[in-house]
Design a protein around this ligand. Sequence first.
Ligand SMILES: Cc1cc2nc3c(=O)[nH]c(=O)nc-3n(C[C@H](O)[C@H](O)[C@H](O)COP(=O)(O)OP(=O)(O)OC[C@H]3O[C@@H](n4cnc5c(N)ncnc54)[C@H](O)[C@@H]3O)c2cc1C
Length: 142
Amino acid sequence: MTIDLLPHVPLDRVLAANPERSLGNALATVLPKRFVEWWMEEKLSSVPVRSLSRKQCEDVERMLHGWAIMPSGTEGFAKAEVTVGGVDTRELSSKTMEARNVRGLFFIGEVMDVTGWLGGYNFQWAWSSAWAAAEAVTGSAR
Ligand SMILES: Cc1cc2nc3c(=O)[nH]c(=O)nc-3n(C[C@H](O)[C@H](O)[C@H](O)COP(=O)(O)OP(=O)(O)OC[C@H]3O[C@@H](n4cnc5c(N)ncnc54)[C@H](O)[C@@H]3O)c2cc1C
C-alpha cells in the first residue's frame, strides 16, 4: 500500500511556516506528534529545518506523499466481521430471495454470497433481503 500522508500539502509550505523548529516538530504541526516520532528516525527528525539539505527535503517529500507499507497479515477469524462467500446469488431470485430450483426455500443476509464494505452495508443487506423474502412469503413485511 502506498499512502499519501499529506495530500495537496507540499513539504515546502510546512517548512516555510516553521523555520525555527526541528523537522520533526515542523511535521508535528500537520501530523499527529506521536505518529511523527514513530514514523521518522530520530536523527532526521531532530535536524533543524534551516539545516536540511536539498536531498533530505526531497527524501522527506517522497516519504510523506508515498509512504509504502506491506500489511503483515490480517487479525484472523477472531476479529473477522463479515463472511466472504456463501449461497450463490445466481441460484436465487433477486426479488424474493427464493431458490430458483426449490420452491419455498429462501436465503437471506450473511449466508448469501453478498459482501459489503464495513460500515452498515451488511446489516442493511441482512435487513433488506429479509424484508424482500418476508414480503414474498406473507405479503405483509410492512
Ligand atoms: C464483530 C462483528 C462486527 C460487525 N460489524 C458490522 C458493522 O459495523 N456493520 C455491518 O453492516 N455489519 C457488521 N457485521 C456483520 C453483520 O453483523 C452481519 O452481516 C449480519 O448480522 C448478518 O445478519 P444475518 O441475520 O444474516 O446473520 P446473523 O446475524 O449471523 O444471524 C444468524 C442467527 O442464526 C442463529 N443460528 C445459527 N445457527 C442456528 C441454528 N442451527 N438454529 C437456530 N438458529 C441458529 C445465530 O445464533 C444467529 O442469531 C459485523 C459482524 C461481526 C461478527
